[in-house]
Design a protein around this ligand. Sequence first.
Ligand SMILES: [Zn+2]
Length: 198
Amino acid sequence: MIQILQLDVRGMPQDWITPEDAATYYATNSVAWTVGSVIKTLRGGHNACTGLQSRIDVHAIVATTGASRINLFDAVPSLSNAKLFRRDRMTCAYCGGHFDEGHLTREHIVPTAQGGVDDWLNVVAACRGCNGRKANRTPEQARMPLLFAPYAPSVFEGFLLAGRNIRGDVHDWLISRLGSHSRWTNPSFKVGQHNYLQ
Ligand SMILES: [Zn+2]
């Protein structure tokens, strides 16, 4: 399925939408500007006077007028396992192994049993084996140091983590707006390079 990145008029990502959703913004003159190439052309009805068929060219990124739902400074992307595992590049934070989604877990650095919260800064991807071995202990208590630090993704990164089959031009547009802390903009990210203790 083609996903269109919807922005507000200032360029803040708002949603992944379908080409049909995007077409309704074009049809109501709510598109302020676009980025990227035309990725789909939708054809509508025929004009009774001219006989011409209406046609809407939908671009990969569409900035729409109207109220913003997501602002730059107060939005933290919602936490999900799928996004967490992608943030951590499908890598276990304790053994450094690469795993598929079915073999990774959401690991609380400070265990919830010890008051740890369920947010981006207290979770990492961990394989089932490491998660079981660490159990309800902190990294220090378990003598299992983290191989990399957790971080809260920006709005732009949140959309990158949530998107599926993101087109190259949309991917590049989002990547160019990520902070330097992001693992997406740090190609030299290697497990074990940054030993990190809470
Ligand atoms: Zn592991």
